[in-house]
Design a protein around this ligand. Structure first.
Ligand code: MG
Length: 142
């Protein structure tokens, strides 16, 4: 079954303690392995406006920014990020923040295991996120 990847920006792929090369490796892994199923789930992409490409343009190489801008899709949400998530599909949502109201929604759909909390202060975080995705793929292939 296909898996959707939802990406927050602040505290997840920018403004965090992980080395830039680890974040880039994580993002390239997402692009290579989920070419059609990565979504922005960030305040830089809501109310029907996608400003995510501007938000990341000075963060990474032009090649990576171009690939992300081309491949990562917008979500539709206004107040709760969970409104932007397709709860019928397997997903991993990388975010440094989860509101109680959002947690309740995930629980109600029995999909709270799809949330992966990112700690912006942990320099190993991007590595851990990458390993999490790799372990899910191994589970699936087993
Ligand atoms: Mg954030």
């Amino acid at each position: 079954m296909k898996r959707n990847i939802y990406l927050d920006i602040d505290g997840v792929i920018r403004g965090c303690a992980s080395p830039k090369e680890d974040i880039e490796e994580f993002l390239w892994y997402c692009l290579d392995n989920y070419p059609d199923s990565i979504y922005w789930l960030t305040t830089h992409c809501n109310h029907g406006v996608n400003r995510a490409p501007e938000a990341i343009q000075d963060e990474f190489s032009k090649e990576l920014v171009d690939a992300l801008s081309k491949q990562v899709k917008a979500t539709e949400w206004e107040v709760l990020k969970t409104d932007g998530i397709d709860k019928d599909q397997d997903f991993v949502w990388f975010d440094d923040n989860l509101f109680e109201s959002e947690r309740q929604v995930l629980k109600a759909y029995y999909v709270d295991d799809g949330f992966f909390r990112m700690n912006p202060k942990d320099p190993e975080m991007a590595k851990k996120a990458l390993n999490h995705l790799k372990s899910l793929e191994q589970e699936r292939d087993a």
